[in-house]
Design a protein. Structure first.
Length: 75
């Protein structure tokens, strides 16, 4: 295995964002209740809170559309 292949293999894996320590972990090192993920890359795990916030907004909009609330005029 070449040095480049070894580096690529090390970069593959699961990364988790630990909400308690606010650190990224490679592999599941902490209890599940403290982790968000898995993420494919370190960069994704570092943005875990941003990703979750964006998903929550999307899901809220989808829920409103499903319930017919998106057609309501704003007051």
């Amino acid at each position: 295995m070449t040095k480049n292949e070894a580096t690529e293999n090390e970069d593959l894996g699961e990364y988790y964002y630990n909400v308690r320590t606010r650190m990224v972990e490679k592999g599941r090192l902490s209890p599940w209740e403290h982790l968000m993920g898995p993420y494919e890359t370190l960069e994704e795990a570092e943005k875990a809170l941003e990703i979750a916030a964006a998903r929550n907004i999307d899901w809220d909009e989808e829920d409103d559309a499903w319930a017919g609330l998106d057609d309501q005029p704003e007051e």
